[in-house]
Design a protein. Structure first.
Length: 281
């Protein structure tokens, strides 16, 4: 990560929704790319011809862009003082409950909420995923790989791919994000931003502020390529990998977005674009 930052001003949009989003992406990626639950393999018996696997991106091995510095939200005049960071969970969860995201609280790990969000956001900004200290509950296991037959020079051969049944595991996350009340989210984010910044400073990183890192995380997710065709898999050891080396070299966050399924990925990106537009304009 480069330490040269360009200074820019920003207005403040529905940022707690984005925090939830990138936290979900970060946590979900762990289960997509390193599924701890036993993987299932299903078989499709009809031989099919499969074209080359592609992703619409200018560079498969995409680099993580440098962080642009944004001005963080101005302090909010509080009727009651903020809790300390160590004692903030109950206040944050009560505020999140007022958002209109059906099932939002059921997706969150209710301990160390702010610290886990901040860590998840920073990881997503770097194209990485969280292996420990995850802020969001895992999707229901198991990961499903589908075995099917392909014709290679007139001979049927077995191949594995991501089963479309996996996409259903992540529909609740995408749906929840789409239902979050934007106006209420503005107030929640601005109120608790000082605690987020405090948690961010605890990490000891040479980055301008949490607000800027949050926007970088959004941009990282939006930069992920769109999948075209089957996502073919290989399993050299314990965990699955993409059969296409170009896809396997993508940042971990981009690989997640591909494996989330096209409809879920489109929904997540649409939510992000709308939120980012309100954030920077």
């Amino acid at each position: 990560m480069r330490d040269d930052y360009q200074s820019r001003q920003s207005s403040y949009g529905t940022l707690i929704a984005i925090v939830v989003l990138v936290a979900i992406v970060a946590a979900a990626a762990f289960y997509y790319l390193r599924d701890d639950a036993p993987a299932q393999s299903q078989t499709v018996t009809s031989p099919v011809a499969v074209g080359p696997q592609t992703a619409t991106t200018s560079s498969a091995a995409a680099s993580v862009a440098p962080i642009v510095e944004y001005t963080p939200p101005a302090p909010v005049a509080e009727v009651a003082p903020l809790p300390t960071l160590n004692d903030s969970d109950s206040s944050v969860l009560a505020a999140l409950q007022q958002l209109r995201g059906e099932g939002l609280l059921q997706l969150l790990v209710p301990q160390e909420v702010i610290r886990k969000f901040v860590l998840a956001v920073n990881n997503v900004a770097e194209g990485k995923v969280i292996h420990e200290y995850r802020p969001v509950v895992s999707p229901p296991p198991p990961f499903i790989a589908e075995t099917f037959s392909v014709m290679v020079e007139g001979v049927a051969a077995d191949q594995e791919r991501v089963s479309p049944k996996n996409f259903q595991r992540y529909e609740p996350y995408a749906t929840t994000l789409a239902l979050i009340d934007s106006d209420a989210a503005v107030a929640v984010y601005r109120r608790f931003y000082p605690l987020m910044e405090e948690a961010f400073r605890e990490l000891g990183l040479k980055k301008p502020n949490f607000h800027s890192v949050l926007i970088a995380a959004i941009d990282n997710v939006l930069a992920s390529p769109d999948a075209q065709g089957d996502l073919l898999l290989v399993r050299p050891k314990v965990f699955y990998q993409y059969a296409d080396p170009a896809l396997e070299q993508l940042p971990q966050t981009h690989k997640l977005m591909l494996r989330m399924g096209p409809e879920n990925a489109r929904s997540v990106k649409a939510s992000l674009r709308q939120l980012r537009a309100r954030l920077v304009n």
